[in-house]
Design a protein around this ligand. Structure first.
Ligand SMILES: NC(=O)c1ccc[n+]([C@@H]2O[C@H](COP(=O)([O-])OP(=O)(O)OC[C@H]3O[C@@H](n4cnc5c(N)ncnc54)[C@H](OP(=O)(O)O)[C@@H]3O)[C@@H](O)[C@H]2O)c1
Length: 225
Protein backbone atom coordinates (compact mmCIF):
# COMPACT_ATOMS: atom_id res chain seq x y z
CA UNK A 1 0.00 0.00 0.00
CA UNK A 2 1.35 3.42 -0.87
CA UNK A 3 0.84 6.47 1.31
CA UNK A 4 0.74 10.21 0.86
CA UNK A 5 3.26 11.46 3.39
CA UNK A 6 3.63 15.07 4.52
CA UNK A 7 7.00 15.94 6.02
CA UNK A 8 6.80 18.89 8.40
CA UNK A 9 10.18 20.63 8.36
CA UNK A 10 10.92 18.76 5.14
CA UNK A 11 13.55 21.30 4.09
CA UNK A 12 15.93 20.12 6.83
CA UNK A 13 18.35 17.23 6.31
CA UNK A 14 16.33 14.67 8.29
CA UNK A 15 12.98 15.38 6.65
CA UNK A 16 14.51 15.61 3.21
CA UNK A 17 16.42 12.35 3.70
CA UNK A 18 13.40 10.40 4.97
CA UNK A 19 11.18 11.94 2.28
CA UNK A 20 13.68 10.81 -0.34
CA UNK A 21 13.70 7.25 1.03
CA UNK A 22 9.88 7.05 1.16
CA UNK A 23 9.51 8.39 -2.40
CA UNK A 24 12.14 5.92 -3.67
CA UNK A 25 9.69 3.22 -2.65
CA UNK A 26 6.64 4.65 -4.40
CA UNK A 27 5.10 6.83 -1.71
CA UNK A 28 3.99 10.34 -2.66
CA UNK A 29 5.73 12.89 -0.48
CA UNK A 30 4.93 16.54 0.22
CA UNK A 31 7.81 18.38 1.87
CA UNK A 32 6.52 21.09 4.20
CA UNK A 33 8.11 24.34 5.27
CA UNK A 34 7.17 27.61 6.93
CA UNK A 35 7.84 29.04 3.45
CA UNK A 36 6.24 27.14 0.56
CA UNK A 37 8.79 28.37 -1.96
CA UNK A 38 11.66 26.95 0.11
CA UNK A 39 9.89 23.57 0.20
CA UNK A 40 9.36 23.64 -3.57
CA UNK A 41 13.09 24.20 -4.13
CA UNK A 42 14.05 21.24 -1.92
CA UNK A 43 11.33 19.08 -3.51
CA UNK A 44 12.82 19.82 -6.94
CA UNK A 45 16.22 18.68 -5.67
CA UNK A 46 14.79 15.40 -4.37
CA UNK A 47 12.76 14.87 -7.56
CA UNK A 48 15.93 15.28 -9.62
CA UNK A 49 17.69 12.69 -7.49
CA UNK A 50 14.81 10.25 -8.10
CA UNK A 51 14.73 10.77 -11.87
CA UNK A 52 16.24 7.37 -12.67
CA UNK A 53 14.37 5.43 -9.96
CA UNK A 54 11.66 3.30 -11.54
CA UNK A 55 8.37 3.40 -9.65
CA UNK A 56 9.32 6.36 -7.47
CA UNK A 57 6.53 8.45 -5.99
CA UNK A 58 6.11 12.17 -6.51
CA UNK A 59 7.80 14.79 -4.34
CA UNK A 60 6.31 18.26 -4.06
CA UNK A 61 6.61 21.21 -1.68
CA UNK A 62 4.04 23.23 0.27
CA UNK A 63 3.52 25.27 3.41
CA UNK A 64 3.47 22.92 6.43
CA UNK A 65 -0.28 22.99 7.06
CA UNK A 66 -1.11 22.67 3.34
CA UNK A 67 1.24 19.69 3.09
CA UNK A 68 -0.91 17.85 5.66
CA UNK A 69 -4.15 18.42 3.76
CA UNK A 70 -4.39 15.20 1.70
CA UNK A 71 -1.80 13.20 3.60
CA UNK A 72 -2.68 10.06 5.54
CA UNK A 73 0.76 10.04 7.21
CA UNK A 74 2.55 13.11 8.60
CA UNK A 75 6.19 13.05 9.68
CA UNK A 76 7.30 15.69 12.20
CA UNK A 77 10.93 16.53 11.39
CA UNK A 78 11.38 19.87 13.11
CA UNK A 79 13.64 20.93 16.01
CA UNK A 80 12.29 20.54 19.55
CA UNK A 81 12.55 24.31 20.01
CA UNK A 82 9.29 25.67 18.63
CA UNK A 83 7.82 22.15 18.20
CA UNK A 84 4.71 22.65 20.32
CA UNK A 85 3.86 26.03 18.81
CA UNK A 86 4.02 24.54 15.31
CA UNK A 87 2.35 21.18 15.96
CA UNK A 88 -0.61 22.90 17.63
CA UNK A 89 -1.39 24.65 14.32
CA UNK A 90 -1.36 21.57 12.06
CA UNK A 91 -4.47 19.70 10.84
CA UNK A 92 -3.55 16.23 12.12
CA UNK A 93 -6.92 14.68 13.07
CA UNK A 94 -7.30 11.09 11.92
CA UNK A 95 -3.74 10.85 10.60
CA UNK A 96 -0.80 8.66 11.49
CA UNK A 97 1.77 11.13 12.82
CA UNK A 98 5.41 10.05 13.06
CA UNK A 99 7.74 11.92 15.39
CA UNK A 100 11.51 11.59 14.91
CA UNK A 101 12.10 14.66 17.09
CA UNK A 102 14.98 14.39 19.55
CA UNK A 103 15.02 17.02 22.33
CA UNK A 104 18.77 17.44 22.80
CA UNK A 105 21.12 20.01 24.24
CA UNK A 106 24.82 20.58 23.64
CA UNK A 107 27.40 22.06 26.00
CA UNK A 108 31.14 21.73 26.65
CA UNK A 109 30.66 18.09 27.66
CA UNK A 110 28.87 17.29 24.40
CA UNK A 111 25.28 16.22 23.68
CA UNK A 112 22.65 15.25 26.24
CA UNK A 113 18.93 14.56 26.29
CA UNK A 114 16.64 17.36 27.42
CA UNK A 115 14.07 16.09 29.94
CA UNK A 116 10.55 16.82 28.71
CA UNK A 117 7.85 17.49 31.31
CA UNK A 118 10.27 16.75 34.14
CA UNK A 119 11.22 13.36 32.61
CA UNK A 120 7.59 12.21 32.41
CA UNK A 121 7.13 13.18 28.77
CA UNK A 122 8.75 13.21 25.35
CA UNK A 123 8.42 15.09 22.08
CA UNK A 124 6.21 12.30 20.71
CA UNK A 125 3.91 12.44 23.73
CA UNK A 126 3.71 16.23 23.42
CA UNK A 127 2.59 15.81 19.80
CA UNK A 128 -0.06 13.30 20.93
CA UNK A 129 -1.28 15.73 23.60
CA UNK A 130 -1.52 18.54 21.05
CA UNK A 131 -3.23 16.32 18.46
CA UNK A 132 -5.42 13.95 20.50
CA UNK A 133 -7.32 12.73 17.42
CA UNK A 134 -4.15 11.69 15.61
CA UNK A 135 -2.25 8.44 16.20
CA UNK A 136 1.28 9.47 17.09
CA UNK A 137 4.12 7.02 16.60
CA UNK A 138 7.78 7.59 17.51
CA UNK A 139 10.31 6.31 14.94
CA UNK A 140 13.45 7.13 12.91
CA UNK A 141 15.13 8.86 15.89
CA UNK A 142 18.42 7.06 15.34
CA UNK A 143 18.94 7.15 11.57
CA UNK A 144 21.39 9.83 10.53
CA UNK A 145 20.41 12.41 7.93
CA UNK A 146 23.81 11.97 6.25
CA UNK A 147 23.26 8.24 5.80
CA UNK A 148 19.68 8.76 4.60
CA UNK A 149 20.87 11.02 1.79
CA UNK A 150 23.79 8.68 1.02
CA UNK A 151 24.08 6.27 -1.89
CA UNK A 152 23.41 2.94 -0.17
CA UNK A 153 20.15 1.34 -1.34
CA UNK A 154 19.33 0.45 2.27
CA UNK A 155 20.71 1.16 5.73
CA UNK A 156 20.85 -2.61 6.05
CA UNK A 157 22.81 -2.76 9.28
CA UNK A 158 20.35 -0.60 11.21
CA UNK A 159 16.98 -1.10 12.83
CA UNK A 160 14.19 1.45 13.18
CA UNK A 161 12.64 1.31 16.65
CA UNK A 162 8.94 2.15 16.58
CA UNK A 163 6.84 3.07 19.62
CA UNK A 164 3.19 4.02 19.89
CA UNK A 165 -0.14 3.33 21.54
CA UNK A 166 -2.05 2.43 18.36
CA UNK A 167 -0.98 -0.95 16.96
CA UNK A 168 -2.57 -0.11 13.60
CA UNK A 169 -0.58 3.12 13.27
CA UNK A 170 2.56 1.41 14.49
CA UNK A 171 2.19 -1.26 11.80
CA UNK A 172 1.98 1.46 9.12
CA UNK A 173 5.24 2.96 10.39
CA UNK A 174 6.96 -0.41 10.83
CA UNK A 175 6.15 -0.98 7.15
CA UNK A 176 7.55 2.42 6.15
CA UNK A 177 10.77 1.58 7.99
CA UNK A 178 11.48 -0.99 5.29
CA UNK A 179 12.00 1.92 2.84
CA UNK A 180 15.04 2.80 4.94
CA UNK A 181 16.49 -0.46 6.26
CA UNK A 182 15.04 -3.03 3.84
CA UNK A 183 13.03 -4.72 6.58
CA UNK A 184 10.23 -3.93 8.98
CA UNK A 185 10.80 -1.67 11.95
CA UNK A 186 10.99 -3.16 15.43
CA UNK A 187 7.96 -2.80 17.69
CA UNK A 188 9.54 -1.04 20.68
CA UNK A 189 6.49 -0.69 22.89
CA UNK A 190 4.11 2.05 23.93
CA UNK A 191 4.44 5.74 23.08
CA UNK A 192 6.02 6.54 26.42
CA UNK A 193 9.09 4.58 25.30
CA UNK A 194 9.90 7.75 23.33
CA UNK A 195 11.21 9.06 26.69
CA UNK A 196 14.03 6.54 26.32
CA UNK A 197 14.40 6.50 22.52
CA UNK A 198 14.72 10.26 21.99
CA UNK A 199 17.66 10.94 24.36
CA UNK A 200 19.46 7.75 23.21
CA UNK A 201 20.38 9.82 20.15
CA UNK A 202 22.71 11.87 22.38
CA UNK A 203 24.73 8.69 22.94
CA UNK A 204 24.95 8.06 19.19
CA UNK A 205 26.13 11.63 18.57
CA UNK A 206 28.82 11.26 21.26
CA UNK A 207 29.95 8.01 19.58
CA UNK A 208 29.93 9.72 16.16
CA UNK A 209 32.24 12.42 17.46
CA UNK A 210 34.71 9.98 19.01
CA UNK A 211 34.77 7.50 16.10
CA UNK A 212 34.15 9.97 13.24
CA UNK A 213 31.21 7.95 11.94
CA UNK A 214 27.41 7.96 11.62
CA UNK A 215 26.42 5.25 14.07
CA UNK A 216 23.01 3.62 14.28
CA UNK A 217 21.07 1.07 16.30
CA UNK A 218 20.74 -2.66 15.63
CA UNK A 219 18.68 -5.03 17.77
CA UNK A 220 19.91 -8.59 18.20
CA UNK A 221 17.95 -11.67 19.26
CA UNK A 222 14.92 -11.20 17.01
CA UNK A 223 14.34 -14.42 15.11
CA UNK A 224 13.29 -13.99 11.48
CA UNK A 225 14.06 -10.28 11.47
N1 LIG B 1 19.76 15.53 11.49
C1 LIG B 1 19.76 14.27 11.89
O1 LIG B 1 20.70 13.49 11.58
C2 LIG B 1 18.62 13.73 12.74
C3 LIG B 1 18.58 12.36 13.03
C4 LIG B 1 17.49 11.87 13.77
C5 LIG B 1 16.49 12.72 14.21
N2 LIG B 1 16.59 14.05 13.92
C6 LIG B 1 15.53 14.93 14.43
O2 LIG B 1 14.77 15.36 13.31
C7 LIG B 1 14.34 16.70 13.49
C8 LIG B 1 14.81 17.51 12.29
O3 LIG B 1 16.22 17.45 12.22
P1 LIG B 1 17.02 18.38 11.19
O4 LIG B 1 18.46 18.14 11.44
O5 LIG B 1 16.47 18.19 9.81
O6 LIG B 1 16.61 19.82 11.78
P2 LIG B 1 16.74 21.31 11.23
O7 LIG B 1 17.47 21.32 9.94
O8 LIG B 1 17.30 22.13 12.35
O9 LIG B 1 15.21 21.72 11.05
C9 LIG B 1 14.38 21.13 10.08
C10 LIG B 1 13.45 22.18 9.52
O10 LIG B 1 12.56 22.63 10.53
C11 LIG B 1 12.14 23.95 10.24
N3 LIG B 1 12.26 24.76 11.47
C12 LIG B 1 13.39 25.19 12.07
N4 LIG B 1 13.10 25.89 13.20
C13 LIG B 1 11.75 25.90 13.29
C14 LIG B 1 10.83 26.47 14.21
N5 LIG B 1 11.23 27.14 15.29
N6 LIG B 1 9.51 26.29 13.99
C15 LIG B 1 9.08 25.61 12.90
N7 LIG B 1 9.90 25.05 11.98
C16 LIG B 1 11.22 25.19 12.18
C17 LIG B 1 13.05 24.48 9.14
O11 LIG B 1 12.29 24.47 7.95
P3 LIG B 1 11.68 25.82 7.28
O12 LIG B 1 12.63 26.94 7.60
O13 LIG B 1 11.68 25.45 5.83
O14 LIG B 1 10.33 25.97 7.87
C18 LIG B 1 14.14 23.43 9.02
O15 LIG B 1 14.61 23.25 7.71
C19 LIG B 1 14.94 17.19 14.82
O16 LIG B 1 13.98 17.11 15.84
C20 LIG B 1 16.07 16.20 15.09
O17 LIG B 1 16.26 15.99 16.47
C21 LIG B 1 17.62 14.58 13.19
Amino acid sequence: MTHRIAVIGGTGPQGKGLGYRFARHGHDVVLGSRAAEKAETVAAEVTERLASVEGAGTVSGAANADACADADVVLLAVPWDGHDELVGTLPLDGKVVISCVNPLAFDKQGPSGVPVDGGLGSAAESAQRLAPDASVVGAFHHVSAVTLWGDADYLGEEDVLVCGDSLEAKEVVMGLASCVTGREGVNAGRLRMARQLEPLTAVLIAINKKYKTHSGVKITGLSGH
